[in-house]
Design a protein. Sequence first.
Length: 228
Amino acid sequence: ESVSVIIPAAGQGKRMGASVPKPFLSIKDKPVLWYTLTRFLTNPLVSEIILVVSPAIREDAETLAASLKSTIPVKIREGGKERQDSVWQGIQAATPGNSVLAVHDAVRPFFAPSVLHDGMQLLKKFHGAAAGIPVVHTIKKTEGQEITGTVPRDSLVQIHTPQLFHASILKTVYEKAYSDHFYGTDECMLAERYGYKLAVIPDTPDNIKITTPFDLQMAEMLVKKYES
Ligand code: C5P
């Protein structure tokens, strides 16, 4: 079976407060996107990558993809207003014969290499599967400053990407969401809405989403960890 990996990288990244778009921020001397692409291009399950970018980084993304000299094709498409619109562009660009679609945020370069394999196993029993880790914090509900309750932690999981789906299911879910004008923050949120069965793929806390300047410092540490 072959996996088409869709990488949304078309965000504006306002929370970072940097002038460089997040996928091109440097960790040591390479862009965030270099690490993300390299991790997929060295995975034998991957048959193509669809990288979804903003017009502002299109040229840099093309140059970076070409520099990786991989035999696995990297298609580049332009994204949309919301993450969901960008992923939809990627879904439409995937080679129709590929049975599995994996969606992965460009700004998560450190997902566990085992998640694609483990996710594929889960697709034998589930419609979709998403990388995640148990929640270690105590989570409270609030109204303004006031604490109004505690959410039992043992039933909570912090969900990451990659998120894998049978290709036809992800396509159907997106079409339904568009016809309902429903927007979610990840693929699972759409699939849940339409009653599909989804599973968690065990991931590690290393799979950070590079969102703030603190995350970039963490990323420097993680690159050192994987180098040694
Ligand atoms: O918006 P959020 O921070 O959740 O972004 C997660 C990923 O989605 C990032 O890799 C970002 O570049 C991408 N994104 C996108 N198109 C948008 C918004 C976000 O591809 N319109």
